[in-house]
Write a protein that binds this ligand. Structure first.
Ligand SMILES: Cc1cc2nc3c(=O)[nH]c(=O)nc-3n(C[C@H](O)[C@H](O)[C@H](O)COP(=O)(O)OP(=O)(O)OC[C@H]3O[C@@H](n4cnc5c(N)ncnc54)[C@H](O)[C@@H]3O)c2cc1C
Length: 440
């Protein structure tokens, strides 16, 4: 199917860059432009940019396992994974004693990934078996069992984004603009609304035949995604470790505790990263209703750039370290960051035309797991634009007829833990108060 001449992509993260790469190959006659508010790509505040992201086919949903296997093939065997962008160190999924839900998810995921990776995957039915693959974690490791998949790995996320950008720069076909899109512009065509471009915060407008919203956790400022996607802040902490500790830990598998959502990726450059895959923090913000009457506002959660992790999150890290790597319990965090997921009700992406506005396409809803698909995601997005996406993915990713009836209390894919709807600013205020009273 032919695509329009002028295509404007909002956002230079995994969704935007992979879509641009695929469009430039498959639709060379289209003029594609990426508009990105960050002056640099990689954007240090973007969800796609960090020291590391897990690359795994370990899913309870077989459709994602299959897609991840195709992506992993590229990470392993093409330039995507070269120059340190991909390391195959394995992934160890553990569940603690008495957690039926975590054990259930682990068993389902094990069965899926075993079909793909065969003997690369071993079930570890006891703490002793788990310890046999990560002796450096020490005898205090408090888990009931799990499995290890030696076919999984991790990617240097910032380096992979820079690589994708360098491919586009080398081709020279896709244009880049720095600008903050304030709103999408619409026109009436035969009684139907059609996107005709965007208005930037500095007053410039850009015309386009097709507008692609790939704005990650900021997307709900541009399109009304209430009941469909919500920005949730996830905690990350970094600790400085010695050369000796680096050597000891760097080749271990990534460890992920399904009960708490806490994971530790093997360190690089003497930095140990610990993070939490949870329901996350909300940051309610009033914004104009996109496309609505002047003056009408709505409240949505939006990212807060540069926010540190509140005390509640750091405490959770210390509890997890006590369980997984007790010798680091008292080590200071040299940096912390709240990184933003774009969560959808079932954890499925939104890769779809908007049913009410012609010329408007969404490529977002990463739900904390889209990074690994970077090498293959753009092709799927362009398949969806052309109307040729595999029915299995299309069913999961198409704009659903109704928004979630539970408001924004999304369950995701069943892999989340922690408090629902924790408010970031309230947690930061509690942290500030506690710090003040401990000083007085
Ligand atoms: C802490 C954390 C851990 C994760 N771990 C993993 C993992 O282990 N494995 C995995 O596969 N995935 C993981 N993910 C998920 C994955 O990183 C994301 O799903 C993916 O990177 C989302 O990409 P994106 O393009 O939607 O968003 P982003 O990378 O955030 O890109 C969106 C871009 O759009 C720009 N933008 C937004 N609005 C505007 C506007 N109005 N005007 C101009 N520009 C705009 C933003 O500046 C931003 O650069 C993790 C995510 C986080 C936050």
């Amino acid at each position: 199917m032919a695509l329009p001449q002028n295509i404007l992509i909002i956002g230079g993260g995994v969704f935007g860059l992979s879509t641009a790469l695929s469009l430039s190959k498959r639709h060379p006659k289209s003029q594609v432009t990426i508009v990105e508010s960050s002056p640099t790509i990689p954007n240090p505040h973007g969800s796609s940019v960090d020291t590391s992201r897990i690359v795994r086919a370990d899913y309870a949903n077989a459709a994602y396992s299959k897609l991840a296997a195709a992506a992993i093939e590229r990470w392993r065997n093409t330039d995507w994974g070269r120059e340190g962008r991909y390391t195959q160190n394995g992934l160890l999924l553990v569940y603690p004693p008495q957690s039926m839900s975590a054990e259930k998810y682990a068993r389902k995921s094990y069965a899926n990934v075993r079909k793909i990776e065969g003997d690369n995957v071993q079930f570890l039915p006891s703490q002793k078996d788990v310890l046999s693959v990560v002796p450096a974690y020490g005898k205090e490791l408090d888990v009931a069992g799990g499995y290890v998949n030696w076919g999984s790995g991790w990617s240097d996320a910032a380096a992979a984004v820079a690589y994708a950008k360098s491919l586009l720069d080398a081709e020279g076909k896709v244009g880049f603009l720095t600008g903050d899109v304030q709103r999408i512009l619409y026109e009436d065509v035969n009684g139907k609304s059609k996107a005709r471009g965007v208005m930037l915060a500095d007053g410039r407008s850009i015309e386009a035949d097709l507008v692609v919203v790939a704005g990650g956790a900021w997307s709900s400022k541009l399109v009304d995604l209430r009941g469909r996607a919500v920005a949730t802040g996830q905690a990350i902490g970094y600790m400085r470790i010695s050369d000796e500790e680096q050597r000891e830990l760097e080749n271990l598998p990534t460890i992920l505790n399904f009960e708490t959502g806490i994971f530790i990726i093997p360190p690089r450059h003497n930095l140990l990263k610990i993070a939490r895959h949870a329901f996350g923090y909300r940051n309610p913000t009033a914004v104009p209703v996109p496309g609505g009457e002047q003056g009408r506002t709505m409240e949505v959660s939006l990212p807060e750039n540069g926010a540190p992790v509140p005390a509640e999150g750091l405490d959770a890290f210390r509890v997890a370290l006590k369980q997984l790597l007790p010798r680091f319990v008292d080590r200071e965090f040299v940096d912390t960051r709240v990184c933003w997921y774009t969560d959808t009700p079932k954890g499925d992406f939104i890769v779809s035309y908007h049913p009410e506005h012609e010329g408007l396409f969404l490529a977002t809803g990463g739900s904390g797991h889209a990074f690994k698909f970077f090498p293959v995601l753009g092709d799927k997005v362009v398949d969806a634009m052309e109307g040729t996406l595999d029915p299995e993915l299309s069913e999961m990713w198409t704009w659903s007829a109704s928004a979630a009836s539970t408001g924004e209390d999304f369950d995701g894919d069943g892999s989340r833990s922690g408090e629902r709807r924790a408010n970031l600013k309230d947690e930061l205020a509690k942290t500030k108060k506690a710090t003040r009273s401990s000083v007085l």
